[in-house]
Design a protein around this ligand. Structure first.
Ligand SMILES: [Mg+2]
Length: 245
């Protein structure tokens, strides 16, 4: 059997990695709660609830800015150091050493919690047999993204793996998608891009002429102010397969 999009044979499937194949939120809340415990233990007198609030505030502040986001996803430990440092500052307890230790401990914990989204391992294997070519297109630094590819044995399923930190540009830049198409030797209109990030994956692919599927794993509302519509919205790769065959 061969995959089709609305009756047309698909030449290639482009997949995002985090929150499309792997669960990128696994253990995040738990890890931040443990980070808060650690900060309270080392800075007596701080109220746990207050620490949690300031950590949340610092995370939102850090990730909402596109340039900080780009810088942060290319160096997650540095991003987390800045987040914890900012929270400690607002709590009136600036402590660079503690911020450094906490960001490293948090990162270790998050890495340990990485896992496939339910059914995603089998779905990727199945897709490999349904589509002539597959590309993995992921933002982030080379080291952590390659470590995930290795840990979860993903490389054999893809003809092309493109990591922001190696290519030099990240989604949604059109050059990212153009390079993927050229590497696979396929035309944009014969491809499908699947990813959870509405801006980077859906709008980015569409800007390059590629039909895009929004992977809405957690059933979120579509980001406001986005006129563009994804070709399909799915909640899992299994649901995508059902559409393709
Ligand atoms: Mg993603």
């Amino acid at each position: 059997m061969r995959a089709t999009r609305d009756g047309r044979p698909l030449a290639a499937l482009l997949l995002d990695l985090d929150d499309t194949i792997l669960d990128d939120a696994a253990g995040a809340d738990e890890a931040w709660a443990l980070a808060a415990d650690g900060l309270v233990a080392r800075q007596p007198g701080l109220a746990q609830a207050e620490v949690v609030v300031e950590l949340e505030r610092a995370r939102s502040w850090f990730w909402e800015d596109p340039e900080r986001h780009r810088r942060g996803r290319l160096d997650l430990v540095a991003a987390r150091y800045e987040i914890v440092g900012q929270a400690l500052e607002r709590l009136g307890r600036p402590d660079a050493e503690l911020a450094k230790e906490t960001s490293q401990a948090y990162t270790t914990l998050r890495d340990r919690n990485q896992r496939f989204l339910p059914g995603a391992k089998e779905a990727v294997e199945r897709l490999r047999g349904l589509v002539p070519a597959m590309a993995l297109v992921t933002n982030g630094a080379s080291q952590p993204q390659r470590a995930k590819v290795e840990r979860f044995g993903l490389a054999p399923h893809f003809d092309h793996i493109q990591v922001e930190g190696e290519f030099g540009l990240g989604k949604p830049e059109p050059e990212v998608y153009e390079h993927v198409l050229a590497s696979l030797g396929v035309r944009a209109e014969d491809c499908l891009m699947v990813g959870d990030n509405f801006g980077a994956d859906v709008l980015g692919a569409q800007a390059a002429g590629i039909h895009a599927v929004w992977m809405n794993v957690r059933g979120k509302a579509k980001p406001p102010g986005r006129a563009s519509k994804p070709h399909w919205t799915v909640q899992s790769l299994e649901e995508l397969i059902a559409r393709l065959v």
